[in-house]
Design a protein around this ligand. Structure first.
Ligand code: FEO
Length: 398
């Protein structure tokens, strides 16, 4: 139900996108939302962020249910990516084209490049700038690379509300709106978002968390631009962000593979059983059936990535190229790696997989395991033993 009142005079006027299933390569099988926040104070009315362009009318209708949109004095753009800025030109057209748009310096640069034919009254705000709205005061916090160089947070000290843009969000559309209406499953959605969107910026996130902690802000509520709002236990998602940004792992391996005539799959099964025998948690993931974004989510807290491919045309399976390229871009670190696969004559796949693991900076357990054509009893026993070895290597890093 939108608009959603989140505090006296503050509303989420954003929209839920129930039907989106792909967000540039990320499987959004639960949809998403584009949250946008309307603050109606004594002296000023402010809109924080907008929505994806096709949802402009819905955003306008939601605002209209609270206040005449023309009464909006200015817009704050926390982030220039189009899921939050796409509606900006049309909204300005309707509320008054010369209304100010407050953003970071990089925000002005990015928004200008997106809307280069539109004359927009950008007003750059520096981190720490305060702006009185009446009873409330807005301030701005630099949040560079969460998710783009332009990203910033907006904070209301009187309410202790942080509008955190992409940070702490989830691609999740539901009838629930707040963390206290959800179970622990909410953290799985937040984890997937972190793993697929924010992981490359993990070192920056750690620094940002430190600097926000040093500000000693009262945080009664964290309102991201996607998904559920954190009002009951905002500290819990901050704690998880610390763990994820430090890339803390547990005794867990994922075994990703594809197979041609089930030979590599037979090896995978033995390796999984061998790892499991050591007491290490292991997830077998056929990349035909697991989406790349779910692979990365499971990899986030895994200690080891085990990857298998048969040799195809002197190379690896294209499905593995897809997943490995995606993983590489997200820059996970501190993992062990191992490779395996069946082959017929040339057998380059394992060598190529090893190279990929090296490029990612993973510590390889060895040069990998190969099996000729169809693994026989001996080869299957070897694969099981290989799994045991991988499990022991994970445990030894305890
Ligand atoms: Fe939700 Fe980086 O945009």
């Amino acid at each position: 139900m939108r608009p959603l009142k989140i505090a006296e005079g503050i509303y989420d006027v954003g929209v839920k996108d129930w039907n989106i299933r792909d967000f540039h390569g990320y499987s959004t099988y639960m949809g998403t939302s584009y949250n946008a926040f309307l603050i109606v104070d004594d002296d000023k009315v402010v809109l924080i962020d907008t929505v994806k362009e096709p949802f402009t009318d819905q955003l306008m209708e939601n605002i209209q249910k609270v206040i005449d949109p023309k009464k909006i004095d200015f817009i704050v753009s926390n982030h220039a990516e189009m899921d939050h800025s796409g509606a900006l030109p049309k909204i300005l057209h309707r509320i008054g084209a010369d209304k100010p748009v407050y953003c970071s310096k990089m925000g002005e640069r990015a928004l200008s490049a997106h809307f280069n034919t539109k004359k927009i009254n950008y007003q750059v705000v520096k981190p720490g700038t305060e702006m009185k709205l009446g009873k409330r005061t807005l301030s701005f916090i630099e949040a560079r690379m969460l998710h783009w160089p332009d990203s910033m947070f907006t904070y209301i000290k009187e309410d202790g509300i942080l509008f955190s843009s992409d940070a702490f969000g989830q691609h999740y559309a539901s009838h629930e709106n707040f963390d206290d209406e959800m179970g622990e499953g909410l953290f799985e959605h937040a984890k997937k978002y972190f793993a697929n969107i924010l992981l490359p910026f993990a070192p920056r996130i750690l620094k940002l968390l430190e600097s926000v902690e040093a500000m000693d802000l009262t945080l009664n509520m964290i309102c991201p631009d996607h998904g559920i709002l954190w009002r009951k236990h905002p500290e819990k998602i901050i704690q998880r962000y610390g763990e994820w940004a430090r890339q803390e792992t547990r005794e867990k391996a994922i075994v990703i593979y594809d197979t041609m005539w089930n030979s590599t799959e037979k090896m995978a099964k033995e390796i999984v059983d061998g790892i499991s025998y050591t007491g290490v948690e292991v997830i077998p993931m056929s990349v035909r059936n697991w989406h790349r974004s779910d692979v990365v989510t499971e990899l986030l807290d895994a200690k080891a990535l085990v990857v298998g491919s048969p040799t195809l045309n002197n190379g690896i399976f294209p499905t593995l190229c897809d997943v490995l390229s995606y993983i590489k871009g997200l820059k996970p670190c501190g993992k062990l790696g191992a490779a395996f696969g069946s082959y017929g004559w040339s057998g380059e796949a394992v060598k190529i997989l090893n190279k990929e693991l090296d490029i990612m900076g993973f510590e390889r357990i060895d040069d990998g395991l190969r099996a000729l054509y169809v693994p026989d009893e001996k080869a299957l026993t070897e694969a099981y033993g290989y799994g045991v070895r991988i499990g022991k290597a994970i445990k030894s890093q305890g």
